[in-house]
Design a protein around this ligand. Structure first.
Ligand SMILES: [Cu+2]
Length: 151
C-alpha cells in the first residue's frame, strides 16, 4: 500500500499534538486531611494531625473537627493567598493557590501551642515572615521550632 504523504504528516501532527496535550495536563490536585484532636497519637494535648503538610499549588487542605472545641484559622499566609477563620467545630476546606508557607492555629488553643504548617511547593516565597514569627510560651515555641525544622 502506497502511503499518502499529506495524510502521514497530518497523522503524525495529530499524534504529536495529543502527546503534548497529555504531557501538559495538570496532575490531579490532592486533598490533605488535617484532624483537630484533643489528644494526638504521640500523647500530646491539643494537636493538629498531621501538623505539617507538604502540598502543591491547587491542592486542598481539609480541617476536620475530629474532637469538639477546635477552630482552624490562618496566622501567616503567602502574599495573595486567602486567609481563613473557621467557626468552632466547623469542617473547613482551604484551597492552596499561592506557593509558600502557611502557619495556622486552632483559635481557642493558640496559647497552648495548637499550631501547624503547610508548605505549598517551596517555602521560598515568604520564608522570612515565618522566621519573623514570635511564638508565645514554651509550648508554642517548641512546636513552632519543630515545624520550622521541617522546612
Ligand atoms: Cu484546638
Amino acid at each position: 500500500m502506497r502511503s499518502h504523504p499529506v495524510k502521514d504528516v497530518a497523522m503524525k501532527t495529530l499524534i504529536l499534538a495529543a502527546t503534548l496535550a497529555l504531557a501538559a495536563a495538570p496532575a490531579l490536585a490532592a486533598e490533605h486531611v488535617v484532624r483537630m484532636l484533643n489528644s494526638g497519637g504521640n500523647g500530646e494535648r491539643m494537636v493538629f494531625e498531621p501538623s505539617f503538610v507538604q502540598a502543591k499549588s491547587g491542592d486542598t487542605v481539609v480541617f476536620q473537627p475530629a474532637d469538639n472545641g477546635h477552630a482552624s484559622a490562618s496566622v501567616i499566609v503567602p502574599s495573595g493567598a486567602d486567609t481563613w477563620d473557621a467557626g468552632l467545630n466547623e469542617e473547613t476546606r482551604v484551597t492552596l493557590t499561592q506557593p509558600g508557607v502557611y502557619l495556622f492555629k486552632s483559635r481557642p488553643h493558640f496559647a497552648l501551642g495548637m499550631i501547624g504548617m503547610i508548605v505549598v511547593d517551596s517555602p521560598a516565597a515568604n520564608r522570612e515572615s515565618i522566621d519573623g514569627f514570635k511564638p508565645r510560651g514554651s509550648l508554642m515555641r517548641a512546636r513552632f521550632e519543630a515545624l520550622k525544622g521541617q522546612l
